[in-house]
Design a protein around this ligand. Structure first.
Ligand code: DGT
Ligand code: CA
Ligand code: CA
Length: 588
């Protein structure tokens, strides 16, 4: 079992113990352990082998033994017993946004509600509103939350789907009969959430059955839902569905294009083939649109496409990158030769908006900066929380000054390597749009990331004014996660994004793509317009641990979906240029 799964189980144990009314310190210990394990930078196997688990803050002998048991056997007797002592539906109820173990315990103890269905019924009959500490408003919120849970179930975060797909695509690639293979579907297009994973393979027809058989038995596969001669559907560990299709190598380019989608992009391509060539296009190739079209029939059989590039060329189009295939103007741009030259991961030179142990991160500033340096970056921006974020140990003015000293010392060391730490803050935008620090304190930072963390319930008009007021503040450099959505968990707050974007453009402010797979905010659909107005983007991992820095890759995928080029992304600038930009923004 890997560290992510172990962290997930500790998280569940924490919730189960909380539901049981266990000692709060014990509960907290599991939540903390989940965070620590998830953020581990060293290989878990090595730590276990060298008996160094207990060196980790918050991991004692007992937790170390549990981690070892999970890692080596994939099971934990304590967890299984705990789980079977509680109704299964209780844990499912916790997926409702804003409905944590404390509330679940109350409805369970008082009303014997132990499933989402029973909770829904209790809300509808007004029993929840009548409970102490609930009321009409919470009851309504719970009902809305249940709708969300149902709507989201069956979709998955990008990073989870990506991680589940990697070992399988590698196994397929090394399979003897496989000629070419690829991930297709929404995962290849880098959508923010993934329904199912699509794998495509080309092979000789005689090899297809063996490939399908071996696929169905791969280690990451939990169960087989359907199996035929050229396709199979399975459920992967973690509950993600996956499809495999096997085609001949002649069909591969067509099938890859078809199964990559999107459906709307396919429809538009097909219409073009019909109009331009009188050919119909499907997952196997071009064919005459009707039997009467003799000349087209000859043409159809003569159009062989080895690659997707060939296919687009046959339709008189430039190659369209998978991230752009959403029928949002890419076909027109491919026809006119105006497709963007999309930003790439290797273009990134640095990052902003990361956390450390000064607020709610699990590594020191030095360790985080060193990790960024090791990734080949030239700069690292630390932006810990501001004082109003008490839960996250936000920094007050005094600690800001202390952290500034620390960063200064570290920079004296890093400067020799041509690397720099930028000293920033993730500063709360208060309810009225003012900032959490006064101008004097804000002047201590190299840059300011402004963020809404509280008071989500105001109406769109008020929220828009609140954010736009912050954007107009001369000390603000960039806006963090503009809607604060948590994908598959909660919707963002109501806000007029076109107005926020226009305001950012007016005051020359940067907007972030928060690359955390739960956020991916600002949404890719809005970037094409923002870029046209001249708004620059910062791709920020919002890293709370060293592995979180890898989110940068997801952020780049989303930037690509938003048509962004290297010149649109501020952290593609080399250190010297970024220093100039930040200095200029600081002085206004
Ligand atoms: P997902 O799985 O919901 O995240 O999204 P996709 O895009 O991966 O959708 P999926 O797995 O249902 O199908 C994969 C691709 O196959 C899809 O992007 C386009 C193609 N496809 C599926 N059904 C249709 C269809 O009815 N018409 C067309 N033109 N293409 C389809
Ligand atoms: Ca899919
Ligand atoms: Ca599919």
């Amino acid at each position: 079992m890997d560290k992510k799964e172990i962290a997930g189980i500790f998280e569940e144990i924490g919730a189960l113990l909380e539901l049981k009314g266990d000692n709060p310190f014990r509960v907290r210990a599991y939540y903390n352990a989940a965070r620590m394990v998830d953020g581990l930078q060293e290989d878990l196997g090595t730590l276990i082998k060298e008996e160094r688990l207990t060196d980790i803050k918050g991991i004692g002998k007992d937790l170390a033994a549990k981690i070892t048991e999970l890692y080596t056997t994939g099971k934990l007797a304590f967890y299984d017993e705990l789980k079977s002592s509680m109704p299964q539906g209780l844990l499912e109820m916790l997926r409702i946004p804003g409905f944590g173990p404390k509330r679940a315990k109350v409805v369970y103890d008082r009303l014997k509600v132990d499933s989402i269905e029973k909770l829904e019924a209790a809300c509808k009959s007004g029993k929840i509103a009548a409970l102490d500490g609930f009321g009409e408003k919470s009851q309504q919120k719970i009902l809305e939350g249940i709708v969300l849970v149902r709507q989201f179930s069956g979709r998955h975060h990008y990073d989870k789907a990506y991680a589940a797909a990697q070992p399988i695509i590698e196994a397929l690639r090394s399979h003897d009969g496989v000629i070419r293979c690829s991930i297709a579907g929404s995962l290849r297009r880098c959508r923010e959430t993934i329904g199912d994973i699509d794998f495509l393979v080309s092979a000789k027809p005689k090899d297809a059955a063996a490939i399908i058989d071996d696929f169905a038995q791969m280690p990451g596969i939990l169960s087989v839902s359907a199996k035929g001669e050229t396709k199979a559907s399975v459920v992967l560990k973690g509950g993600i569905q996956a499809d495999l299709r096997v085609v001949t190598d002649d069909q591969y380019a067509f099938a890859l294009n078809y199964f990559t989608g999107s459906k709307d992009h396919n429809v538009a391509l097909r219409a073009r083939a019909l109009k331009l060539k009188k050919l119909s296009l499907n997952e196997y190739g071009f064919s005459p649109a009707s039997e009467k079209e003799k000349s087209a029939k000859e043409l159809g059989s003569s159009i062989k496409c080895k690659t997707e590039e060939d296919l687009y060329e046959a339709l008189g189009l430039e190659y369209v990158e998978p991230e752009l295939r959403e029928d949002m103007g890419e076909i027109e741009a491919a026809e006119n030769g105006t497709l963007p030259k999309l930003v790439k991961l290797e273009n990134l030179r640095g990052t902003f908006h990361c956390h450390s142990t000064w607020s709610d991160g699990i590594e020191t500033v030095e360790a985080m900066a060193q990790a960024a340096f090791d990734l080949g970056l030239e700069y690292f921006g630390i932006a810990d929380h501001s004082k109003s974020e008490r839960q996250a140990h936000g920094l007050d003015e005094k600690r800001v000054r202390q952290q500034a000293e620390e960063v200064k010392k570290l920079n004296a060391k890093f400067a020799r390597e041509g690397f720099r730490i930028f000293f920033g803050t993730e500063c709360d935008i208060l309810g009225d749009g003012s900032l959490d620090f006064d101008d004097q304190t804000l002047a201590l930072f190299d840059y300011v990331v402004a963020a809404v963390h509280q008071g989500f319930n105001m109406d769109a008009d008020k929220m828009t004014k609140r954010i736009c007021k912050a954007l107009a503040h001369p000390k603000v450099t960039m806006l963090a996660h503009p809607t604060s959505r948590l994908l598959l968990v909660r919707e963002g707050y109501a806000v007029n994004m076109p107005e926020v974007i226009a305001t950012a453009a007016k005051y020359n402010k940067i907007i972030e793509i928060n690359a955390h797979p739960y956020r991916l905010d600002m949404d890719w659909r809005l970037w094409k317009h923002a870029k046209e107005l001249g708004v620059k983007c910062a791709i920020n991992p919002d890293a709370h641990s060293i592995p979180d820095l890898q989110y940068l890759a997801v952020g780049v995928g989303i930037a690509r979906k938003g048509w962004l080029e290297k010149k649109d992304v501020i952290n593609c600038l080399p250190l010297k240029d970024v220093e100039k930009v930040l200095a200029k923004m600081k002085t206004g």
